[in-house]
Ligand binder design. Sequence first.
Ligand code: GLU
Ligand code: ZN
Length: 299
Amino acid sequence: MSSARHSERFAPSPTGPLHLGHAFSALTGWQNAQVDGGTFLLRIEDIDRSRARPEWESQIFEDLKWLGLDWPQPVLRQSERLPAHQEALENLWKRRIIYPCTCRRRDIQAALSAPQEGVWTTGPDGPVYPGTCRHRHSRTGPLPEGDITLRLDMAAATSATGLLDFTETGQSPRGVTGDISFAPTNLVSSAGDIVLARRDLGTSYHLAVVVDDAYQQITHVTRGQDLFEATYIHVLLQHLLGLPVPVFHHHRLIRDEAGKRLAKRDDARAIAHYRAEGATPGDIRRMIGLETSAGHAKL
Ligand code: GLU
Ligand code: ZN
């Protein structure tokens, strides 16, 4: 057991306004950190520079401050971390467990709809990649750079790995919680050869989140249940890269009246929108069930 001080992070992407779901995530992480005198960090996940906007970033700072949160400066931006992400790719490349993929979206769709592929499954990143490039390109020489997708060879990466485990203090959408043990080889069919470097970014959400959580010494990850399935991938990457595995807390999702999960484009549920209408931070807490009208906080 690590004796590291409790350290949480809230890691929004500056690609739209924060909505009630983000408020719930940030306040829950914040509260979890307060319980044992821990730290709450803010990290800006801006690897997708075609979608990230400085205005959204400023709005994030403003909304979170308005909600009553603060965090140490300077704030880490993932776009500054590309050399570290690259270093992790080099490490995996030297072990020959990642490979270049030159498929375009339409090639993958065509391969998936070919009759010999049978029924395809959907993983945390969408349809499981049919493996077209797995043995198409050489894995020797220097790491291929620039404008190329790199995928994890899931079978090769997991074949020598025994059971992995992590602690979940929230729960999965199906109620899985506690000490969770899993066979990483299951990821071959459930997730497949996931992308670790997008050709347009040189990195990916899965790689960046794992490398940067370790860099920031995050001990506890609080986030929505929509990311629960991705956690198996993250724990595998932590194992492969020799990084510590934090404790995870996946919380319920905030839904609209129709039961639909809130999305970035849901401007009507943006914190800024409620603010402009005169809501108080307390009103927001009540809307997301963190406080009753009698003032009792509940998680
Ligand atoms: N950047 C991700 C998002 O906006 C969150 C990543 C995480 O918490 O692991 O949904
Ligand atoms: Zn390919």
